[in-house]
Design a protein around this ligand. Structure first.
Ligand code: ADP
Ligand code: UDP
Length: 252
């Protein structure tokens, strides 16, 4: 396969065309950003970790019946994916209060939610990815009702499978963001990435107290909050996630 021109330079990845119009060449970057690019750093090793983690998570989801855009990993920092027409949506699922949910609604970080919460954000850098509801998405032309129904059902199933998957490696899936698109034959598929950049992952080997509750000072974060909150290097945490996922992949 041949790598052709750069189609899009994002904050975390570069997307290239290939000699197959149905496929894209993805290059993961070492760049880390937070606050819509307000905080930005180059972190050696991040590209490789996120490329490998995404490939492993998508492989594990496939084993559990969830298809994605991933075709194959082709180098430590690159993968080939199916080209999709993306919905300009950040699809967020939450199981435990954290981040913008805690801030906006005054719910203490770490509070388990009585049921998973599904949220949509409109992917727009100039607007700072605003929170939107289904009606907003329809009138903005982001997705029609039928697609939104399918996207929501798929997101909830992905949350169930991912929660189980991470629980099996002693990680609490607090919340995460995914993206979806449509293939040229009209199928809605999971796309983009699933990494510690896009999930909140708490280590349950260390986080639970005697009563099983997670207390603020006890949280052992294995995700990008380490970068967002200036808590140190993200690399050992991302390596820990990769190693546990590798162990899971080898176990079946
Ligand atoms: P951002 O755009 O937020 O800076 P990235 O650096 O991760 O994020 O850029 C990757 C871009 O590629 C995103 O805009 C994402 O929506 C898009 N994308 C991900 N998977 C696919 C795909 N299979 N086909 C087309 N576009 C994709
Ligand atoms: N998230 C993401 N990209 C974004 C915004 C959020 O991957 O541009 C992820 C984030 O890592 C977390 C979840 O989506 O796992 C919910 O994020 P939240 O709304 O709490 O936003 P934050 O306060 O992290 O910006």
């Amino acid at each position: 396969m041949e790598k052709l021109g750069l189609l899009y330079q994002g904050k975390a990845k570069k997307m290239y065309a290939t000699d197959d119009p149905e496929l894209l060449w993805v290059e993961y970057l070492n760049q880390a950003t937070a606050g819509n690019g307000a905080k930005k750093e180059q972190i050696a090793g991040k590209a490789e970790l996120n490329n490998r983690i995404t490939a492993l998570v998508f492989d594990e989801l496939k084993k559990r019946g969830i298809d994605s855009h991933l075709v194959r990993q082709i180098s430590p920092t690159e993968q080939i994916v199916r080209k999709m027409t993306m919905f300009p949506l950040e699809i967020v699922q939450r199981n435990v209060a954290a981040g913008s949910f805690s801030k906006r609604l005054g719910v203490t970080e770490g509070t388990p939610l009585s049921e998973p919460v599904l949220e949509f954000y409109y992917k727009s850098d100039p607007l700072n990815d605003p929170f939107i509801n289904d009606d907003d998405a329809v009138v903005l032309g982001v997705a029609n009702r039928e697609d939104l129904k399918e996207i929501s059902a798929l997101a909830r199933t992905i949350n169930e499978k991912l929660t189980e998957l991470f629980a099996s490696i002693d990680v609490l899936l607090v919340d995460f963001k995914i993206e979806m698109g449509k293939t040229s034959d009209g199928k809605i598929l999971l796309a983009d990435e699933i990494t510690p950049d896009t999930c909140r992952l708490w280590d349950t080997r260390k986080a639970a107290g005697d009563d099983g509750a997670v207390k603020d000072g006890d949280i052992e974060r294995l995700d990008k909050d380490i970068f967002r909150k200036d808590l140190g290097s993200i690399i050992p945490a991302y390596e820990e996630i990769l190693h546990r996922l590798e162990g899971l992949a080898q176990s079946h």
